[in-house]
Design a protein around this ligand. Structure first.
Ligand code: ADP
Ligand code: ASP
Ligand code: MG
Length: 372
């Protein structure tokens, strides 16, 4: 059987018709160089998820004005229509527009509902913000076909199964593995499968999202359950950099990282990867490459069990914003066993994730860092 490569293209890599043409050419080259099965995971067109969140906020405004969220939707619709028109001929344009129609109708109804009820449950929010990928995947698959590559789009809610923790759902890998085998796994390996990133379905069939930047995770979930030879994440920088290039322009690309190093960086705020991305690949040792769509010739970063760490040398610096320090102190804590356990179980009971912990040596205070 030919090797399977899963490639993921983020929002910035599919932000316009021009960028989508770049994606088609990168995958076209990969097909030549590495014949075999190619699965392409895509994000919403750049900025769309944020715009859908803004539309929810407009609908939730104290005196919601239906014209506002509707106008936002019309602008989004126009952008998708223009992008599609620039990529495909008239016949394909008509077919894909008809495919997208029900997504727009549902979105409009959901936003009108939010405005009427002045309420947006986590489940409804997921249904709205996960629509961006349902719009981008059919457009990108059509772009592949119009460039002469057989391609078909897939909605990941068909096979990625999660719990009902909307906003950042947890994947049920056993259920996902058997669903993938029965659907995507049966598809023609010579047809490029263009899969929606970010979205999945709960046991009840509702749309759930994997957390912001979750398309990275979609790619490695599929790579893991399908036994890919490699997963490639294509973004807008030369791989994982030593620090956030928006803060420090001198940040440089790290050629090699271990899963653990990459996981630490993602967990501690490096936006380039969703924190859970590495997990599905570790056991089977599937390599992960981070590459720049705008500079495909740059080698980027290879993430695997290997690393080129020099002992005593700092590899990278990352930041997490919007955090708070909670300090618990009092002389009554000195020498009393079980205080720390009580603090952490109190936080766990209300689902608060602790980012960092410290305790003063006198035992008079415990500090925890949590999301604001
Ligand atoms: P995509 O749309 O491809 O998913 P993201 O915007 O989610 O891309 O992630 C890529 C961005 O992450 C880069 O443009 C960069 O500004 C930011 N970033 C922050 N920290 C790092 C880092 N350590 N290495 C690389 N990129 C980083
Ligand atoms: N579109 C989603 C987001 O903006 C998922 C992703 O891009 O990875 O968070
Ligand atoms: Mg991202």
């Amino acid at each position: 059987m030919d090797a399977l490569i899963v490639s993921k293209f983020g929002g910035s890599s599919v932000a316009s018709a021009d960028r989508i043409r770049g994606v088609v050419s990168i995958v076209g080259d990969a097909l030549q160089r590495e014949p075999g099965r190619h699965i392409v995971v895509v994000s919403a067109l750049g900025g769309v998820t944020d715009q859908l969140i803004a539309a929810i906020d407009a609908a939730l405004a104290p005196q919601p004005d239906a014209r506002k969220h509707r106008a936002m939707l019309v602008a989004l619709q126009q952008r998708h229509e223009d992008t599609l028109r620039a990529l495909v001929g008239q016949e394909a344009f008509t077919v894909v527009m008809a495919r997208l129609e029900p997504v727009w109708n549902t979105l409009r109804e959901l936003l009108d509902g939010i405005a009427l009820l002045h309420e947006c449950s986590p489940r409804t929010r997921d249904a709205v913000i996960g629509s961006g990928e349902r719009l981008s995947a059919p457009i990108i698959a059509a772009a592949f076909r119009s460039a002469g590559h057989p391609a078909e789009d897939w909605d990941a809610t068909q096979f990625i199964r999660t719990n009902a923790a909307h906003g950042e759902a947890t994947v049920d890998f056993d259920e996902t593995r058997s669903r993938v085998a029965a659907t995507l796994g049966q598809a023609d390996p010579n047809t490029i499968a263009v899969v929606t990133g970010f979205i999945a379905a709960t046991p009840g069939g509702a749309l759930a999202t994997l957390g912001r930047s979750g398309s990275d995770y979609t790619a490695t979930i599929l790579g893991g359950v399908m036994g890919a030879a490699r997963v490639d994440i294509w973004t807008d920088v030369d791989g994982v950099l030593s620090t956030d290039p928006r803060i420090e322009p001198k940040a440089f690309s790290l050629p090699q990282l271990s899963y653990r190093e990459a996981g630490e960086m993602a967990y501690f705020g490096a936006k380039v990867l969703h924190p859970r991305t590495m997990r599905p690949l570790i056991e089977a040792g599937i390599p992960l490459r981070i590459k720049n769509t705008m500079r495909p010739q740059h080698e980027g970063t290879l993430i695997s069990h290997q690393t080129d760490t020099t002992p005593g040398q700092v590899r990278a610096v990352s930041t997490i914003r919007d955090v708070s320090v909670i300090m618990l102190e009092g002389s009554g804590m000195v020498g009393v066993p079980g205080i720390a356990a009580r603090v952490f179980s109190a936080l766990a009971q209300v689902d608060i994730n602790v980012l960092m912990i410290s305790q003063a040596s006198s035992e008079q205070s415990i500090c925890t860092v949590v999301h604001k």
